[in-house]
Design a protein around this ligand. Structure first.
Ligand SMILES: [Zn+2]
Length: 100
């Protein structure tokens, strides 16, 4: 499975989830279980969920930035990814940059 297929599946799953949420809220509104006022108010579980999402997003972006920096440090000027034990690039022969 390539990246495009994974992204397509993720978008389809997110769209389906959104449709289910909108459908459930619309049904509960017309069935009289909630009003417009309760739809716009956040309950305690919803606040905890939003806090969890915010923490997860911060963690995701920090981990992506860390991986990007690691890949940049281990990449030679010619574009070859260097293994941790390699002191020289096998393609261009350049010495590995000192890690600052
Ligand atoms: Zn190189």
């Amino acid at each position: 499975m390539n990246v495009k297929q994974k992204a397509r599946i993720m978008y389809a799953a997110a769209s389906l989830l959104l449709l289910v949420i909108v459908g459930y809220n619309t049904w509960s509104y017309y069935a009289g279980y909630c009003t417009v006022a309760t739809l716009t108010r956040f309950s305690i579980p919803a606040k905890l969920l939003l806090l969890g999402i915010a923490i997860a997003v911060v963690f995701l972006f920090s981990s992506k930035a860390k991986n990007r920096n690691l890949a940049k440090q281990n990449t030679c000027g010619c574009g070859v990814l260097l293994r941790s034990r390699w002191d020289y690039c096998p393609v261009c022969g350049q010495k590995r940059k000192e890690l600052g």
